[in-house]
Design a protein around this ligand. Sequence first.
Ligand SMILES: C[S@@+](CC[C@H](N)C(=O)[O-])C[C@H]1O[C@@H](n2cnc3c(N)ncnc32)[C@H](O)[C@@H]1O
Length: 288
Amino acid sequence: MLSYRHAYHAGNHADVLKHVVWCEILRYLAQKDKPFYVQDTHAGAGLYDVSSEMMQKKQEYISGAVPLMRNAAGLQSSLLQNYVDIVRGFNPDTDDLQTYPGSPSIAQKFLRVQDRLLLTDLHGTELPQLKALFKGDKRVSTRQADGYEVMISALPPKEGRGAVLIDPSYEVKDEYQTLPNRLGKALTRFPNGVYAIWYPVLGRTRTESFIKQLSLIIKSKNTKNSMATLRAELNVSPDREEGFGMVGSGMFIINPPYTLKADLDLAMPELLTNIAPQTGRFIIEENK
Ligand SMILES: C[S@@+](CC[C@H](N)C(=O)[O-])C[C@H]1O[C@@H](n2cnc3c(N)ncnc32)[C@H](O)[C@@H]1O
């Protein structure tokens, strides 16, 4: 029985990195009038009440979203500024963080009337809230299902353009094999889609071997030499042996917006300064 509940971690440094990148991918897709399709394979609960018992238990948002919001006026990076504006939009009457948006609520903000969003979560715990949040929005569908299976069957989208967020909790070690395997199938069906994969950094050896696996799968599907990749990783503590918690996390993006690398070159140092100035470091790697 899997027990992961995202509310314990909502708004932490890993969410900030993921959602900064997610906002930019969506903003980029929405620049053209042509419809786009978005899929969030591991959707979670969609929106998080900061005063809830779960969010208050560890208060991880205090060293994640909060410093960026407090420092909003001083931010130079447009990526960080856009992210803060989105989070602020969920907290209209206060300077405090009272509600933190999950990836589904962030995506909904970017949808136009012609766009579609498909949300899946395997576990019944998150589904009622997810369904209630998006009830009445015809652009959004929610399903309790395995996100990987739905991803493979739903691709390619009729819109011909779109993005998939793959954000598992990595509770089971198999995830490190399952994800590249399922990604390979998705890439066969929809090679020109944007894929954003979140990964934790628990131990350097596992992380680098996972990145290698992803790269190998992509190489095997990249027969037309058209797929680029971008990796952005934010570590809040120095690497240590696996088994002592998460030291950081990363986003691995396939077919990223062509402006994303330059935007991240500005955003990552600023993210570090705001979130982990003493102990952190970041990685940006591009392959095209
Ligand atoms: C990290 S949370 C998602 C957070 C969310 N994407 C966000 O950024 O707001 C991961 C979620 O994946 C769900 N999950 C785990 N295995 C899954 C699977 N095979 N298919 C779909 N959802 C799954 C868990 O129930 C959990 O809610």
